[in-house]
Ligand binder design. Structure first.
Ligand code: PHE
Length: 454
């Protein structure tokens, strides 16, 4: 396959919605609001923003440079830019972590479909709090239904990716990503107009520096990586489809702003409602599948809000899972010279099976444990705490030390056509060479318990 025949985004808007759609995902909806509230509200937001702007934006530049310069899949990119170097591991690791995350992400995607279906039946809303918890745990531990939903979710992802970049990913994310913002704003308005909403806003925004823990810094960095889809080749892959004339610094910034804005909007859509009904805030699956349905059950027109919420969750999940599948598909197509359809088929068959294992690990296989975790939790832990930071570390080392400085500048300025302030470029290089590798290493080693700094 030659480069002139290579598919790509048809427009700047198309690229932006795809990138924002990849970044906005479950992480924004079920983790960010809770992390903020529990780590001193506004105080955590300040730390998060500082990390995002000073550290993660440069990491995103680095991934953009690799992807757009090489116009290749993750492995092909490194092969092109630094043949036979140890950095080939970036490509291998990216594929591995993507398959790992996609496996459990697709299972959760299936759960969102189930709850969209459930939102149509009024039974869900007749249950009291305890029953809602039981409904959720009975559902995810059942052998067949969650597995079928996982396959439906993965099937939809595969259909979109099979269409290609312009006629698949871009075509769908063009309306799905804007839809996310529209629905979250509707939910937000409902939430902040509830009596007692101030308490939730206070939980989110009041800067309580005394609640900042040492671990808050780790949480902020880890959340930033995951939320911005960094460290796993996602941005590298999408950037490879971006037109050579585009300003990649602006595109990175827009992606970061869209993702962070959405996370804050999600917080305002969720937490005031949680506090208005006097339930205690939670995070992860129990927030969205147990706590929020409790609220919908008591809210006038709750069924409609429930439906809107689970649609947001589903759309956020699918625009992210599309980007993950594309990483693998681009790799298989280009490295094994297979057609896109065949690549989609093989990669989704693989994830169908690994996802089934994750799904069953919540029920039938729950006794199978490694390091005291079931398969689902193990995949989640290994990807977040080890593979993503490691991928991020390799990426910054690669761009900071292995690529030629003038090539990095050339790519960041789109071949010299979009000037970049020298001091800013110099700072970005210092961050990529020294600060980011150090910060990421500390977070990672501390996270897996090898060193105890915090
Ligand atoms: N950023 C997504 C989220 O916040 C997750 C994701 C990670 C998507 C990596 C693609 C690649 O949920």
């Amino acid at each position: 396959m030659t480069n002139n025949k290579r598919d790509g985004f048809g427009s700047r808007f198309g690229a932006l919605v795809a990138l924002a759609g990849a970044a906005i995902g479950l992480g924004n909806l079920w983790r960010f609001p809770y992390l903020v509230g529990n780590n001193g509200g506004g105080a955590f937001i300040i730390i998060y923003l500082a990390f995002v702007i000073l550290l993660l934006l440069p990491v995103m530049y680095a991934e953009f440079v690799i992807g757009r310069r090489s116009q290749s899949n993750v492995l092909g990119a490194i092969k092109k830019l630094a043949p036979k170097s140890v950095f080939i591991s970036i490509g291998i690791l990216s594929i591995a972590v993507t398959l790992t995350i996609l496996s459990f992400y697709s299972v959760v995607g299936g759960w969102t479909i189930e709850y969209i279906v459930q939102s149509f039946s009024s039974d869900l809303f007749k249950q009291d709090n305890g029953a809602l918890g039981a409904t959720f745990s009975n559902f995810i531990s059942a052998p067949v239904r969650p597995a079928v939903m996982h396959l439906v979710f993965l099937g939809l992802t595969a259909l979109i990716v099979a269409g290609g970049i312009k006629d698949g990913i871009e075509k769908y994310t063009k309306f799905l990503t804007p839809m996310l913002f529209v629905i979250i704003v509707i939910l937000l308005v409902r939430s902040i107009t509830l009596p007692g909403a101030e308490e939730g806003l206070r939980f989110l925004f009041y800067p309580d520096f005394s609640k900042l823990k040492a671990s808050s810094f780790l949480d902020a960095l880890g959340q930033g990586f995951f939320s911005l889809s960094l460290g796993m080749g996602c941005i590298i892959t999408y950037a490879s489809y971006v037109n050579k004339r585009e300003n990649i610094r602006k595109m990175s910034l827009t992606t970061v702003v869209a993702d962070t804005l959405f996370a804050v909007l999600a917080g305002i859509a969720i937490m005031p409602a949680v506090f208005a009904f006097g339930v205690s805030p939670t995070s992860g699956p129990s927030l969205v599948f147990i706590t929020l349905p409790q609220i919908f059950a008591q809210l006038p027109f709750g069924q409609m809000f429930s439906l809107l919420f689970f649609i947001v969750l589903f759309v956020a999940a699918i625009t992210s899972s599309i980007s993950m599948l594309e990483i693998v598909v681009a790799y298989i197509c280009e490295e094994f010279k297979l057609s896109r359809k065949a690549a989609v088929l093989y990669s989704s068959l693989f994830v169908a099976i690994t996802g089934l294992l994750c799904s069953l690990s919540e029920g039938a296989f729950s006794n199978f444990r490694l390091f005291d975790k079931n398969i689902f939790d193990l995949f989640d832990y290994a990807s977040n705490n080890i593979m993503l930071p490691l991928g991020g570390l390799l990426v910054v080392l690669f761009v900071g030390w292995k690529l030629k400085r003038k090539d990095v500048l050339d790519e960041m300025t789109s071949g010299g056509t979009i000037p970049m302030n020298r001091a800013i470029f110099g700072s970005v290089m210092i961050i990529l060479k020294f600060i980011a590798p150090l910060a990421i290493s500390i977070v990672m080693l501390n996270g897996i318990g090898l060193i105890k700094i915090f």
